[in-house]
Write a protein that binds this ligand. Structure first.
Ligand SMILES: O=c1ccn([C@H]2C[C@H](O)[C@@H](COP(=O)(O)OP(=O)(O)OP(=O)(O)O)O2)c(=O)[nH]1
Ligand SMILES: [Mg+2]
Length: 178
């Protein structure tokens, strides 16, 4: 067992495809969405109203601001996939270059870093999610099975005399603290 992908247990009967390379020299393993998913466009009326108010230095209600913030928040597309790899390896989750062009979808964190110790963690079994924001004018419907991103396995290096990491990974998305 060197490195590879597995289906997260809650998805075993969902007929998912494990990530695959589409051409002979493709570096990235294409990830599919595990579910039908709508990524709302950020250009919603309440978001625009808040922008307008900020621009005109008008006061905005906290409720209105919260609604706008919810739309600007990245969305997590479930993949139903976990990845195992060597202790000195990492899986980089990158966008497909066609996503911004065709769907207005960007990965706000630039790339996703999937750590080797994320695999089988206690909180979500290591399920990989793709973080997206939709800058397009209209909502984007992702269908189960649509290719949404690509994962690239790499080796990483460590620094001399580093302090030994003390924490065990318990989850993702901020689980290690601030
Ligand atoms: O696009 C992503 C990015 C990360 N992760 C998962 C795998 C990764 O191992 C974990 C933590 O990611 P990262 O270290 O980049 O985020 P953090 O904000 O530092 O969270 P943590 O405190 O859990 O390390 O979240 C994903 O599923 N998709
Ligand atoms: Mg981290």
């Amino acid at each position: 067992m060197t490195r590879g992908f597995e289906i997260v247990s809650s998805y075993t009967d969902k007929d998912l495809r494990v990530p695959y390379r589409s051409t002979q020299q493709a570096a990235g393993y294409d990830f599919e969405s595990a579910v039908d998913f709508t990524v709302p466009s950020i250009w919603k009326l309440n978001f625009l109203k808040v922008l307008w108010a900020i621009w005109h230095q008008e006061t905005v209600s906290a409720a209105e601001t919260d609604k706008a913030k919810a739309i600007l928040k990245p969305f997590l597309i479930p993949t139903g996939i976990k990845a195992y790899m060597g202790a000195d390896e990492v899986l980089i989750l990158a966008n497909r270059s066609s996503n911004p062009l065709k769907r207005g979808l960007v990965i706000p964190n630039g790339i996703g870093v999937i750590d080797a110790d994320y695999y089988n963690n206690d909180s979500n079994e290591g399920e990989i999610f793709m973080q997206v924001l939709n800058f397009g004018l209209t909502d984007v419907l992702i269908k189960k099975g649509d290719r949404i991103g690509q994962g690239i396995f790499l080796n990483y290096l460590t620094a001399d005399n580093e302090a030994q990491p003390r924490q065990q990974r318990k989850g993702g998305f901020g689980s290690s603290g601030r």
